[in-house]
Structure formats: structure tokens, C-alpha cells
Design a binder for this molecule. Sequence first.
Ligand code: NAD
Ligand code: UDP
Length: 314
Amino acid sequence: MKRILVTGGAGFIGSHLCKRLLDEGNDVICLDNFFTGCKDNIRKLLSNDHFELVRHDITKEYYAEVDQIYNLACPASPPHYQYNPIKTIKTSVLGMINMLGLAKRCKSVILQASTSEVYGDPAIHPQVESYWGNVNPIGIRSCYDEGKRCAETLMMDYHRQNGVNTRIVRIFNTYGPNMDMNDGRVVSNFIVQALKGEDITIYGDGTQTRSFCYVSDLVEGMIRMMNNSQDFIGPVNLGNPSEFTIGDFAKLVIKMTNSNSKLVYKPLPKDDPCRRRPDISEAKRILNWEPKVSVEEGLAKTIKYFEQKIKEFN
Ligand code: NAD
Ligand code: UDP
């Protein structure tokens, strides 16, 4: 049995990761400041003796004895990370330094939840790990993009300078149950709008693309990366290569929810990337990982989750 720290464990991805790690017989410390996460996501885990919930902010030091650290703490939705951009960059940079200090002291393996945003508005397609990206350093997305890029730099420098055992995964758009209904990301927005019969808000003309990965596939990839025996430190892309235009994705959600919602067009947020699709050859070759859940299958489960949430709120 390992003792595993999951920062951001009460968030969307973190809550699935905590559950899976507990199911595999580990001791899990879930650390969260509840900025975008919530107790509902982990309520069922609270009765498990091997689960410990800690309210803490990773911009402050944290001490525990752990074998592994999954560092997920950071708001992921653009409206949330732009709400307090200085806090967002502090979370990525100071938080990363604190977690790397912990990993160094405990000699634990640390995995950083990085992002496809390190590629910015990519000039090459699909995105490969060797691509250095096209990121605006002074725009409204920079607090997140540059924060995550700096976190990757810190991971590599602690690895080279201090021999810390690091792993970087670059996560592409992931969705599933436990996403916050109001967090403003495209999957939750479209499904909730469709289920409520409200207008579906397409930003821009809807020709920009994203590739959507179901959360159980992502969690499997993260765990394989953490435990891979080849000392492969990454960075490695984790995502589902099935790429949709946002317009087509809206139509798919309308079809799958049998909704009468209409499409409405809103201004495209500044620096919104035009295209995004992961090249996952590295993950396939080294981790023997690829997504198993089709977008239709994953969407059906997510729609069911939001139907239930909407009922609870009414
Ligand atoms: P989320 O917002 O649901 O979860 C983030 C969690 O971190 C929340 O529980 C939040 O309360 C917590 N948190 C934020 N700042 C903190 C701080 N300073 N100290 C302690 N806890 C803090 O987002 P998510 O979608 O679950 O994303 C998890 C991680 O994966 C993030 O680091 C995100 O950048 C990364 N990621 C996610 C996606 C995606 O599509 N979901 C894509 C790329 C990268
Ligand atoms: N988007 C949209 N309508 C919404 C929310 C998002 O058209 O209600 C678009 C957004 O402009 C972007 C894409 O959907 O092009 C994905 O947005 P999201 O916020 O989910 O994540 P991103 O990949 O941009 O970080």
C-alpha cells in the first residue's frame, strides 16, 4: 500500500483519481482549497478509512510523508482561472515549488498535471511533445499557460539539479461526471444548456476545434505514467485524438439530449486557440495507453450525470 497525495483532489479530475487510487488499495490524502472543487465530488470517499481530506492551499508549504504526489491543484476553466489571474500563476509556480520541495524531502515520485495550453495557439497540427508552442506571454490566458509552462520548467530543473523523480503529463480537454455545472467549459455549458432548453452559446463562428477525452481514460493514463517502470519522465500528451469543431460538437450534444435548443453566436474570447488535437504516439508506444471510451459513450454518461444534478437543484 502506498500513501499518495492528490492536490486538487476535490476537483473534477482529482475526485476520479482519488476514487481509483483508493479502489486499488492505496492510502489517499486529498488536499484542496475548494476554490473550484467541492465536497460533493468526494462525499462518498469520506467514510473510507484510507481517505484523508485536508483543506489547504498549495501556495503555502505542506508537510506529510508520502510515496507519490499527483499535483492537480489549479483552476482549469478559463473564466475561473481568469477570475484572479495572479492567484492562478501563484498556484502553478509557488504551488509547484512547494510540492517539488515535498517530493525532494520524501523522495516521492511527483506527477504534474500540465496541459495542452503549453502549446498555445499551435502552429503545428496535431501537437507533438517536441513542439515548443505558440503562447502569448501577456494575454488573458497567460496566467494559466505561462504558469503551467513555468511549472514544467521547475519539474525539469528539480529533476536535473536535485534528482527528483518527476513525471509530466500534458492533458487535453477532458470531460465527464463531477464537472461543475457552472464552470464555464464547453462540455458542461453545452450539456446544461441543451438539457434546460436554453440557447447553446457558441463563441466565435464555431470552426475552432477541440479533442475530447473521457475522464476514466485520462486517469488510466495518469496512473500508467506515474508507475511506468522505464523511468520515462515525459512530457507526454494524454488526450483523445477525435477532433470536433465546436459547431459540430454543439450539434452532437443537441442530438444526444433530444433538445430543442438553438445555436447562438457570441464573441470569441481573446487568444482562444484555433485547433487542438493530441499526437499520442508517445503514450501508445511507451505507456501502451490509448483512450477506450468513444465520445458518444462518454457524452451519454456525462449527460446522465448533469440530468441528475439539474433535478437535485430544482
Ligand atoms: P478543477 O477546477 O475541477 O479542479 C482543480 C482543483 O484544484 C479544485 O478542486 C480546486 O479547488 C483546487 N485548487 C485550485 N487552486 C488550489 C490551490 N491553490 N490550492 C489547493 N487546491 C487548489 O479542474 P480539473 O479539470 O479537475 O483539472 C485538474 C488539473 O488538470 C488542473 O491542474 C488542470 O490545469 C489540469 N488540466 C485539466 C484539463 C481538463 O480538460 N479538465 C486539461 C488540461 C489540464
Ligand atoms: N466555448 C464555446 N461556448 C461555451 C464555452 C466554450 O463555444 O459556452 C468554446 C471556447 O471558446 C473554446 C472551446 O469551446 O473554443 C473550448 O473551451 P473550454 O473553455 O472548454 O476550454 P479551452 O480548451 O478553451 O481551455
